[in-house]
Write a protein that binds this ligand. Sequence first.
Ligand SMILES: Nc1nc2c(c(=O)[nH]1)N[C@H]1C(S)=C(S)[C@@H](COP(=O)(O)OP(=O)(O)OC[C@H]3O[C@@H](n4cnc5c(=O)[nH]c(N)nc54)[C@H](O)[C@@H]3O)O[C@H]1N2
Ligand SMILES: Nc1nc2c(c(=O)[nH]1)N[C@H]1C(S)=C(S)[C@@H](COP(=O)(O)OP(=O)(O)OC[C@H]3O[C@@H](n4cnc5c(=O)[nH]c(N)nc54)[C@H](O)[C@@H]3O)O[C@H]1N2
Ligand SMILES: [Mo]
Length: 722
Amino acid sequence: MARKLRPGGGFPAIMYSLEKAFQVGPLRLLKRMNSRNACKTCAVGMGGMKGGMVNEAGHWPEVCKKSLQAQVADMVDALPADYFDKRTLTDLEKLTPKQAEDAGRLSYPVVLDKGSNQFKPITREAALQHIASAMKETSPDRTAFYSSGRSSNEAAFLLQAFARVYGTNNVMNCSFYCHQASGVALKMAFGTGTATVELEDLTRCDLVVLLGANPASNHPRLMTQLANLRARGGKVIVVNPVRESPLENFHVPSQVKSLFFGTKIASTYVQPLPGGDVAFLVGVLKSVIEKRKVDHDFINSYAEGAAEVLEYARNADWNELIKNSGVDRETIENCADIIYMSKRTIFAWAMGLTHHASGVDNVLAVCNLAIATGNVGKPGAGLLPIRGHSNVQGIGSVGVAPALQDSVRRSLETIYGTKITETPGLDTHAMINACAKGDIDFLFALGGNLWGSNPDSTWAGKSMNKVKTIVYLSTKLNPGHFFGRGETTLILPVLARDEEPQATTQESMFNFIRLSEGGKPNVPGQMMPESEVICDIANRVLGKEPFDWTALRDHKKVREIISKTIPGWEAIGTIDDTKKEFTITGRVYHTPQFNTKSGKAIMHPTPLPKPVSDGLILMTLRSEGQFNSVVYDEYDFYRGVPHRYCILMAKEDVEKLDLKDGQRIAVRGEAGRMENIEVVVGAIRPGAVAMYYPEANVLIKGNVDSRSKTPSFKSAPIWIEK
Ligand SMILES: Nc1nc2c(c(=O)[nH]1)N[C@H]1C(S)=C(S)[C@@H](COP(=O)(O)OP(=O)(O)OC[C@H]3O[C@@H](n4cnc5c(=O)[nH]c(N)nc54)[C@H](O)[C@@H]3O)O[C@H]1N2
Ligand SMILES: Nc1nc2c(c(=O)[nH]1)N[C@H]1C(S)=C(S)[C@@H](COP(=O)(O)OP(=O)(O)OC[C@H]3O[C@@H](n4cnc5c(=O)[nH]c(N)nc54)[C@H](O)[C@@H]3O)O[C@H]1N2
Ligand SMILES: [Mo]
């Protein structure tokens, strides 16, 4: 059966948006969409003080179906008051991610007591008291604090400051499972861990190299930028083992011609093996060297480490590069031609590069190529990690990470009148390992689905079950609340940031700080602002001396402290008066002056990774109908995959294994097995297969990159069993 692959965007996107609008009322939705709040979905950064449908360059209207989807999800009715009375824990464990999401908004606190099989409503006072007692009963090194990327900078700053004053550096965010490899590599190469370009640079470049990213589903606003680039005669090289049809042809809903006829996006489509990017990029560099097109003026003046990296690429064996990358020499050379002929190239990437044991090398190889071709440190060229959650970058910037910069540590010590421990904090994977060993008594999660984001779900669940008390601050239910439970588990309902009584701020992937003015709650209930919960607990645990935490319920005061503590964030201290959103200083490089000691960019050798399997390699991906572990629709519209329990395979592999399209099989991985999986023949290269995250996490072992500590979610060996 031939799959119906669809181009991206267009009328189906518009129809979907209308359908969503009628679920909650079009006027009510329009009002929310237009409110002055940063978009809740990805980190492209829409909204803020100019209104929800304006982008960072001031362009209106910027609407995206994902943004509508997330908005509608927060506007649905509250969970019924007797929801938990009617369901035991055993019943709740049977919910699919979609059923948990569809249950409604959390609007009252609940607790799962030790040994109980039933969540029960609890008063807010009792819940907060319970949390404070649990923290007082244990020692700080047996506690851990996690944040997802949807919360505000204010709540995130409070969380990490509280954890540190309490006495631990076990503070981490979802980044360890996301873009950590980008942060590590960019820091090694340029001295800062974020994008070197701003949104406007995408309007100035003539080539985008898009590696391991599926923006049609995950960052739809970027598709407009890519379509505009093609319209002005520029090129797009896509590097992706899956032929994502919207990356070939996209119908931009806000552009009439494109809406009807579509816009070609990829001018070149390269399909490497999963994990083959280092070899591909070294191959491109080798070809640039062989054609004598290295920008020697640039590297002589502005780079270090070039000799070794160029020597390594020059000596690399073509056959090995071809075999390791899975890309033929002609294609590699063709990409090299396009890149050195371009005047201004932006290299953009997402999880296809970071979710590997060689994640940091992947990103370093991108940096090397950008430096060798002089494509960084000037307008319209540079490096662009396409970030995940809408405020994941801000949450890291304000200190929700195990390691604090020395200057930040010293500022915190002065402000809070206490010495901050120097015991190194745990990364996310190490923290779950510590749970497995029984070393963690108290775990606090500001949003997210920590259980669902882990590799080896069975291990993650068993490990978390050993924790004495786990606290979730959440807006909606997800299976992580049930499988990622501790001996005692508390779920506190919180307001989404466009429902908050006070303004909050967010940071986009372009280092731009936005102000969100907040709003009214969508449903009646006991939801609290995240910052208020944190201040209340801090007050109960640490008392009023030497520092009064209740005073920090005022976000303006928190912003004042952030402005004095976090480098480059000075302007946030006056944003309430000026209303001026701003770009963090010292991050965007329009001149070749970098943040390293010498001021030069640094190239690093990138050895080829050992292939994980000579059989099938599994990548776990997002479908068109999900946001991370939250599933809105079971069907993956663009790829034509009917439901989430499928494995996408190349025709060649299906024939080789004597399988048939539509056949049900079992899939075995290093950590577990999944039964009754449907084979779907699709546009994926031979040797690579794809399944959906988070369900497929039951298959994968946590093989982490030694530098970023990120699990190899996109290169796991698997075996098919009939
Ligand atoms: N609607 C929506 N938006 C989202 C999210 C969402 O779930 N839904 N999630 C948000 C978050 S937190 C993140 S991090 C981003 C994720 O955004 P993406 O990174 O775009 O998402 P993924 O589906 O994980 O994978 C991206 C692509 O990488 C390719 N790929 C896999 N392995 C390799 C490889 O080895 N090499 C190369 N070159 N490509 C490979 C896959 O085929 C896939 O097309 O999106 C954010 N935005
Ligand atoms: N196999 C595999 N595993 C992966 C990935 C993969 O591609 N493959 N991707 C990884 C990546 S990139 C990431 S970022 C992680 C995601 O990890 P997380 O960020 O931890 O998970 P999410 O699924 O985004 O969290 C969803 C939950 O957040 C809560 N929530 C939503 N909005 C708010 C809010 O405003 N405030 C609060 N307090 N809570 C809110 C809701 O309860 C919702 O159910 O997963 C990682 N795991
Ligand atoms: Mo992410």
